[in-house]
Structure formats: structure tokens, C-alpha cells
Ligand binder design. Structure first.
Ligand code: FES
Length: 108
């Protein structure tokens, strides 16, 4: 993959803390909800969903980072509002990412 394509593909990332505090206190459920949301809105292909280790912010958790913006005390009840707020941004970034993939992959 070219360096330009790599930057575009990494444009949108959702990183969930999988640490021993955040995960059992909500990110286990949050992960499933985000996966479902991305699938329903057809965003799976261009949103990178990943996990990260404890970042010593356990007292603020469960923690999730959308691109570089941290969200704290994330619980399943927050998702409808939070993800609805982020949806236009995610969709735009997804379109840009997809066009970058097309540029990078002549076979597609
Ligand atoms: S377990 Fe998530 S910040 Fe420590």
C-alpha cells in the first residue's frame, strides 16, 4: 500500500480501551454496539475499529477514542446520541477514504 493510501485508510479510527477496568465495565458491550452501528450504516469497510491497552485513565472509563478525540465514561445508553452526532463526520471520512482506496488500488 502506498504511503498516501495508508494515510487515507487510517483517516477514521475508533479505538476502544480493552484494559481490565474499561472492558468489563462497559467496553465489552460498547464494542458490539459500535460494530452493529457500523454495519447498519454501511461504514464497516472504511472505519478502523481497534482496541488499545490501558492508558492509565481507568478512573474516567470506559474510554473510547474516535480518531484523536477521547470519550470517557462511555456506556451503551450514550451511543444513540454520540454516534448520531458523529455519523455525518464518519460518512464524509468514509467517502474520502473510499476514494483514496480507489486511487490506491487500480484493481478496484
Ligand atoms: S483500563 Fe482503560 S484506561 Fe485503564
Amino acid at each position: 500500500m502506498s504511503e498516501d493510501a495508508d494515510k487515507k485508510v487510517k483517516k477514521v479510527a475508533i479505538s476502544m480501551c480493552m484494559g481490565s477496568s474499561c472492558y468489563p465495565r462497559g467496553n465489552d458491550q460498547n464494542m458490539g454496539l459500535i460494530r452493529h452501528y457500523l454495519k447498519v450504516h454501511n461504514l464497516e469497510a472504511c472505519i478502523e475499529l481497534k482496541g488499545h491497552r490501558c492508558q492509565d485513565n481507568c478512573h474516567l472509563g470506559p474510554n473510547i477514542i474516535f480518531n484523536d478525540k477521547p470519550y470517557h465514561q462511555v456506556n451503551p445508553g450514550m451511543f444513540p446520541a454520540t454516534l448520531r452526532e458523529l455519523l455525518p463526520y464518519l460518512e464524509q471520512a468514509c467517502r474520502e477514504s473510499s476514494s483514496g482506496k480507489d486511487d490506491a488500488d487500480p484493481a478496484s
